[in-house]
Ligand binder design. Structure first.
Ligand SMILES: Nc1ncnc2c1ncn2[C@@H]1O[C@H](COP(=O)(O)OP(=O)(O)OP(=O)(O)O)[C@@H](O)[C@H]1O
Ligand SMILES: [Mg+2]
Length: 239
């Protein structure tokens, strides 16, 4: 993201935010309520378009893509875990996850096999047939993660995945995210939790819609040089 701003009427949600996230990184975005974190994540994930500035993903300038091209890019590149996660009442975990592949063209049996594997991957192999009211908050959040990573997206964006959980359940969810990161997924996590933020390889602090600190930046704010190995997922715009 370079110079990205987002305004809603006279509310400035983001004010010229710049960040480079490289393939294979795991980072925390922290900041007070209303500082623009979700706005930033939604724009990073192409769910929302900026009022000004440039977003590039995997070499594609988002502005230049049609809605259809953008949905295709999003579908193959990005998994989301939303701040207000929601699982439909009465739907067992396995179906909730398998439904994420409804439009994939895969036959039902294969969708369910993949969903089962994803649920085992987040430690819910013994909860496949539980409905939401039979799952703890942390387990529900892990179902949401399983659904987000079903298509093995290279980039996972998670908005307060531990926000509604006690510290033990939060740790389990973070362990799932760390495992995905170790397996090569790029993980961006919004969190209010200072301990979680400090435990990640990179911390980006945002305030009043601006990035006020980036632990990966050497000199200039918002132009991280990155410490992660691997190819740049997002090249520095204009570099
Ligand atoms: N769709 C919208 N319409 C109008 N204002 C909005 C909209 N979305 C966000 N805002 C405003 O933009 C600012 C940033 O919101 P955002 O959701 O990005 O904050 P946040 O950092 O994620 O906060 P929290 O930690 O509480 O989730 C807030 O002042 C919010 O009221
Ligand atoms: Mg938010």
């Amino acid at each position: 993201m370079e110079g990205v701003s987002k305004t809603y009427g006279d509310v400035v949600a983001l004010a010229g935010a710049g960040i480079v996230v490289r393939r294979g990184e795991m980072l925390a975005i922290v900041g007070p309520s209303g500082s623009g974190k979700s706005t930033m994540l939604n724009i990073m994930g192409t769910l929302d378009r900026p009022s000004a500035g440039t977003v590039r993903i995997d070499g594609h300038t988002v502005d230049a893509l049609s809605d259809r091209q953008l949905s295709a890019l999003r579908a193959r590149t990005i998994g989301f875990v939303f701040q207000a996660f929601h699982l439909a009442a009465g739907v067992p975990a396995l179906d909730a996850v398998a439904d994420g592949l409804l439009y994939s063209g895969l036959p039902r049996g294969e969708r369910r096999d993949l969903a089962e594997r994803a649920l085992r991957g987040v430690g819910l192999g013994e909860r496949l047939h539980n409905e939401p009211h039979q799952l703890s908050g942390g387990e529900k959040q892990r179902v949401a993660i399983a659904r987000a990573v079903l298509g093995e997206p290279p980039l996972l964006l998670a908005d307060e995945p531990t926000g509604a959980l006690d510290s033990r359940a939060g740790e389990v969810v973070m362990e799932v995210l760390h495992t995905l990161h170790r397996e090569g997924t790029t993980v961006v996590v919004i969190t209010h939790d200072r301990d979680i933020a400090a435990s990640l390889p990179r911390e980006v602090r945002i305030k009043d819609g601006r990035i006020e600190h980036d632990s990966a930046a050497r000199n200039e704010p918002g132009t991280a040089t990155g410490t992660a190995v691997g190819e740049a997922a997002v090249e520095r715009v204009g570099a």
